[in-house]
Design a protein around this ligand. Structure first.
Ligand code: ADP
Ligand code: ZN
Ligand code: ZN
Length: 701
């Protein structure tokens, strides 16, 4: 008996082959079955999507399925529905989304290799049912939050400052879900797993004794392919009761999914920036609704979208239920554990070219002498963003990008942070031969050096000189480097930590009593309307690094502080920060967004194009827009298409980049428009265009 099947395979993004392809099989195969099929001259992994439509059954051309991976249960309907929705919403093919959602090694192994792999991993189910590990008595606020979550409904937005006990609520909600049903599974998503090793440790500590070591699985891109396959299989088979992962884990196959937690839900890294540009947070909400799992989004500074959707007055559509954790756990009458006092330094009143104002420097020195730690951050790595010749005006431009190469002093290189182009620093100015070319501006490397000079006479309580360390993408390139550097900070071996926003996120530093943002103003003048939102959340998160350990702080008599050096001390953003008042900041931003017709009051998409020349890239976009108008496609009267413009960094690696913004006040109309536009874009075979892509709900404009 011949069966005709429609099978999802990863087709090249630019072939117009959007849907699954048709194959023959001698026996029927259930939807979701993993198979190996021929594609061109290769054999590739595919997922059976269903029966092929009658008119696709062209006996001569259809090729047979090569092998069935029957050691793995078919992917269930919920998973397929998620893939289907994602493909449709983000304007990609089902095959691309489905295959990208599977672990890379699954694509590489043939049926025999896979069978061997599956045999190997059978074994210990772990010491399930061991004693319940000790856990803290919930505060009344946590109890109320937990009760609200377990009573159903949602999605929930758990709003609470760092240290307010959100993670403990996730742990208990997970515990309840897992106890309620032996097949239940919980998905916990975090922005970047290696930045939050403590969260993973807490989940393992809590659940491994109950369900065994296999029960907690991680899924992120830092894992090797065999590790990822193993974790994926454990989730798919239901052995992994808890999956902890980054954005990719939203696609994990979890047949028993009962709860999804999205921690730090505002974090931009939940948005995939290539291929299918999905938002893992938004897909988590969709997935939870579709399969009946509870969804908890947590943050101290929610995205303005989530804040708006959870507005108690219902003006955001009442789509989310907001739950607030008002205080830090363990806040005492003595003030220990309280949020740090925010101190602004008006840089207009400081001598010109000041990097560390005198009062900030004194405050850091005082802490070093007392044996407390400080953290200083600046959002720019390297030594200086530009090298410059004062004689002829030469600057260290990248020959391939419209950007400067950054000076890294440690190996005396000029490195382009966009294309990677790296060269030794020239001995003399390439323009005029001047020997005196100087760094302009500063990055973390220079900040560290400068701080070392300024604090050279300061002693720790043990009489030793101050110890300064730096953590950023440059110091953490080697595997395990971040972990060992963090361990040093935790062990108290570091007095002052200098770094990029990497250090402001997530870490549970116990002894930091001072956090300083030395130059955060750039974001206030950015052309990206989300820049203030991101800055506020970064500063709040950074502030949350201080005074984490209430008991230690109280014993020490330490008062924690957050310092902000700014030329705009009266900016509403800093005023809200001073009072740790996210709701005030959000209210002000939402008014601005509403007046300006921006998300969440408007829905957006971008069409991006890359070409050898900027003209070609823009011409493609404008012509595509004209096509939509000429053919009067569905929704074209409702959407606004703006003229094509170059990206902020318009040339990267000799490729010119342009984009067109598309706006609509209705998500559904925008979706209809994009769906109708796709075929026109594919039909426009423009040889000058290297690639184009649609970004739905873009985060950076
Ligand atoms: P958040 O996730 O909001 O930053 P956490 O859940 O990490 O907050 O809690 C902050 C600190 O307080 C952690 O060290 C945690 O172990 C502790 N903690 C949380 N809930 C309680 C509680 N009910 N009783 C005592 N300590 C708690
Ligand atoms: Zn010169
Ligand atoms: Zn470059």
């Amino acid at each position: 008996m011949t069966c005709w099947l429609s099978i999802a395979v990863a087709t090249p993004a630019h072939s117009a082959l959007g849907g699954p392809l048709t194959y023959r099989s001698e026996s029927p195969l259930a939807p979701g079955t993993l198979v190996r099929v021929p594609l061109g001259r290769r054999e590739t992994l595919g997922v059976v999507w269903g029966e092929a439509a009658a008119d696709d059954r062209l006996e001569l051309e259809t090729r047979p399925v090569a092998a069935v991976l029957d050691g793995i249960a078919p992917l269930d309907e919920a998973w397929r529905a998620l893939v289907q929705f994602s493909a449709q919403y983000y304007q990609r093919s089902i095959g691309e989304v489905a295959l990208a959602a599977l672990p890379p090694q699954l694509r590489a192994l043939d049926a025999v290799q896979l069978a061997r792999r599956l045999k190997r991993r059978r074994g210990d189910g772990g010491p399930a049912g061991a004693a319940q590990p000790a856990r803290p008595q919930l505060t009344p606020g946590q109890q109320a939050a937990l009760a609200r979550i377990s009573s159903g409904g949602g999605p929930f937005l758990l709003f609470g400052v760092t240290g307010s006990g959100k993670t403990e609520v996730y742990l208990r909600a997970a515990e309840q879900a897992l106890a309620a049903d032996p097949a239940a599974q919980v998905l916990v998503m975090v922005p970047e797993i290696n930045l939050t090793p403590q969260l993973e440790a807490r989940f393992r500590e809590r659940f491994e004794p109950l369900f065994g070591a296999e029960a907690v699985a991680s899924l992120h891109s830092g894992m090797t392919n065999p590790q990822r396959l193993k974790a994926w299989l454990a989730a798919h088979a239901g052995h992994a009761r808890i999956v902890l992962g980054t954005r990719m884990s939203v696609f994990a196959s979890m047949p028993g999914l009962a709860l999804i937690v999205v921690d730090e839900e505002h974090d931009p890294s939940y948005k995939q920036q290539e291929g299918a540009r999905y938002s893992a947070r938004d897909l988590a909400v969709w997935r939870g609704r579709a399969c009946g799992a509870h969804v908890v989004l947590g943050s101290a500074t929610p995205s303005l979208e989530s804040w708006h959707h959870s507005s108690p007055s219902g003006e955001g559509g009442g789509r989310y239920v907001r739950i607030e954790l008002a205080d830090r756990v363990g806040t005492s009458a003595a003030g220990a554990g309280e949020l740090p006092r925010v101190r602004g330094v008006d840089m207009n009143l400081q001598p010109k070219k000041t990097v560390f104002s005198a009062p900030l420097l004194a405050a850091i020195a005082e802490r070093v002498a007392r044996g407390e730690q400080s953290m200083v951050f600046l959002n720019r790595r390297g030594y200086a963003p530009v090298l410059h010749c004062a004689d002829c005006g030469w600057k260290s431009e990248c020959p391939h990008c419209s950007a400067y190469r950054v000076f890294h002093k440690i190996d005396r290189t000029l490195r382009c942070h966009h294309c990677g182009h790296t060269q030794p620093v020239p001995r003399a100015c390439p323009g005029c031969g001047n020997l005196d070319i100087a760094p302009l501006g500063r990055g973390t490397e220079r900040l560290e050096e400068q701080l070392g000079e300024l604090l050279q006479d300061i002693r720790r309580p043990d009489g030793e000189p101050v110890r300064i360390a730096r953590i950023d993408a440059d110091t953490t390139r080697a595997a395990g480097a971040l972990e060992s550097q963090l361990a040093q900070v935790h062990a108290g071996e570091v007095d002052v930590l200098v770094g990029t926003q990497m250090i402001a996120k997530g870490h549970d530093f116990r002894r930091i009593t001072l956090v300083a943002a030395v130059n955060p103003d750039n974001a206030l003048f950015s052309s990206d309307f989300r820049a203030p939102e991101r800055l506020f959340s970064l500063l709040m998160q950074a502030a949350g690094r201080a005074g984490r350990d209430a008991a230690w702080g109280a014993a020490q008599g330490a008062k924690s502080e957050m310092w902000v050096q700014t030329f705009q001390p009266r900016h509403p953003l800093f005023q809200s920060l001073k009072h740790h008042d996210y709701p005030a900041f959000a209210a002000q931003q939402l008014v601005e967004r509403r007046d300006a017709g921006l998300p969440p009051f408007m829905f957006q998409a971008l069409l991006r194009a890359e070409a050898r020349t900027q003209e070609a890239a823009q011409a493609f976009l404008n012509a595509a827009s004209q096509d939509a108008q000429d053919q009067d496609i569905d929704g074209s009267d409702r959407v606004t298409r703006f003229p094509a413009v170059p990206l902020t960094i318009q040339r990267v690696a000799n490729v010119e980049r342009a984009q067109m913004l598309i706006e609509c006040d209705s998500r559904a109309a925008l979706q209809r428009f994009l769906a109708a536009w796709q075929p026109l874009l594919h039909a426009r075979r423009d040889r000058a265009v290297i690639r184009w892509a649609i970004d739905v709900d873009p985060l950076a404009i």
